[in-house]
Design a protein around this ligand. Structure first.
Ligand SMILES: Cc1ncc(COP(=O)(O)O)c(C=O)c1O
Length: 428
């Protein structure tokens, strides 16, 4: 099928809410490492890693081989039966996650992982209210939409009660108009008043992303989580750490983003790069919290043997390649280039992120900080024309997100930066 036919059939047979990047959406037919090719034979360097998901790049040979072997051996059992594959992955997940996190529940997406986490927190605490953050994202179930702090993703008026939105640590656009560090991390401190005024004082959980992904890689100051989690625990709630984007080495040096700040969650969720592109969601909790979940629950495809083979292969390759360290090294290289672009292009208002999760926020001018969504759209097209894929996000659609494979070479980082520089110059 040529790309035009695919685009026509997409418009005819898929829900229009299945949003695509680019005026002329890209039809991808294959990929290897950090390179993808489209149905018209064009090659692209992928600086967005299949939306922060292909931590080891496209078609990693070991992941492919182990999935192929698994497909030939056993594809499905359902969670009514036990498999060696699911317990091996659960044991490995307990080993690589921080603190006392130990018991897992597997599903097939980040949405389900977050749903499972919230259900568990409510069962464990006996409380119902959940504290989350503006600019956060949790997925596409009714509850996840209600949690998501972005009007464009909140398709219907929230029908789920008991969700309270605190202010994020969005230092570039501080909700209190303050400056770090003299602000004393007011955004975190404010959660105390939020709990006392907008809940019954007994929240079940605080759920947050270490770096807000869809929000535009909003990166909090180092004290944020210690303060915020201290407050939720004071009122009897647990901390659910959503590592869907930040997990599995992405932020550099550690497996999980939250480890940079030494805070140990009671519950953590994963999806995206956990299986290098296979549909896996995971919710892991401490023994004590997980053991409260005694009712019946089932996920037909959760922990599917093929997904588990992909997850185990991903963990093994990441350990062998020391992917978190590579993310830190390549991330530092990428960050240095982005900082230099900030010197060069006055419409770059902010550079932020950690490891191989880096973003630039585009503004009309640095004084007004007016979001430059139009420029972001132009930059998407200009990078695509040059054979570079990047991501876009943020509430105002003006944040360019970069999150390539953690196995990307230093040469490919430099090449992507060369293409990005040319595209930035074009829209300047
Ligand atoms: C932080 C976070 N949580 C949850 C989700 C939902 O994951 P999924 O799209 O796999 O349902 C996403 C998706 O982007 C996410 O970024």
């Amino acid at each position: 099928m040529d790309s035009n036919t695919v685009r026509q059939k997409h418009a005819e047979f898929l829900f229009p809410c299945v949003a695509n990047y680019y005026q002329e959406p890209l039809v991808i037919i294959g990929g290897h490492g950090s390179q993808v090719r489209d149905a018209d034979g064009r090659e692209y360097l992928d600086f967005f890693g299949g939306i922060v998901t292909l931590g080891l790049g496209y078609a990693h040979p070991e992941v492919v081989k182990r999935v192929q072997d698994q497909v030939a051996r056993l594809t499905h059992t359902s969670t009514l039966y036990q498999t060696e594959e699911i317990v091996r992955v659960a044991e490995k997940l307990a080993a690589i996650t921080p603190g006392k996190l130990k018991k897992s529940f597997f599903t097939t997406s980040g949405t389900e992982a977050d749903e499972t986490a919230i259900l568990l927190a409510k069962i464990y605490t006996g409380s119902q209210e959940i504290v989350v953050l503006r600019h956060g994202y949790a997925g596409r179930s009714l509850q996840a939409i209600a949690i998501t702090g972005h009007s464009p993703w909140r398709l219907i008026p929230s029908q789920v009660a008991g969700i309270k939105h605190g202010h994020p640590a969005y230092c570039y656009r501080c909700p209190f108009g303050l400056e770090y560090p003299s602000c004393e991390v007011k955004c975190a401190q404010d959660l105390d008043e939020l709990i006392r005024t907008e809940t019954n004082g007994k929240p079940a959980a605080f759920m947050a992303e270490p770096i807000q992904g869809v929000g535009g890689f909003i990166t909090p100051p180092k004290e944020y989580f210690e303060i915020a989690v201290g407050i939720i625990r004071k009122y009897g709630g647990v901390f659910i750490c959503d590592e869907v984007q930040t997990g599995f080495g992405r932020t550099g040096d550690h497996w999980c983003g939250i480890e940079h700040w030494g805070v140990e969650p009671e519950i953590m969720t994963f999806a995206k790069s956990v299986a290098n592109g296979f549909p896996v969601g995971a919710t892991i909790a401490t023994d004590e919290v997980a053991d409260a979940f005694t009712g019946l629950s089932l996920s037909t495809f959760g922990g599917n043997p093929i997904s588990m083979a992909a997850t185990e292969a991903t963990i093994d390759v990441m350990q062998r390649e020391d992917a978190p360290r590579r993310a830190a090294e390549r991330g530092a290289q990428l960050r240095a280039h982005l900082e230099s672009f900030k010197e060069k292009y006055p419409f770059i208002g902010d550079v932020r992120g950690m490891g191989l999760m880096q973003a630039i926020e585009l503004v009309e001018d640095r004084e007004s900080k007016t979001p430059a969504a139009g420029k972001a759209g132009q930059l998407m097209e200009a990078t695509k024309r040059r054979g570079l894929l990047i991501g876009k996000g943020g509430l105002y659609g003006n944040v360019m997100r970069i999150a390539p494979s953690m196995l990307i070479s230093a040469a490919d980082i430099d090449e992507g930066i060369r293409l990005l520089d040319a595209a930035l110059a074009e829209i300047d």
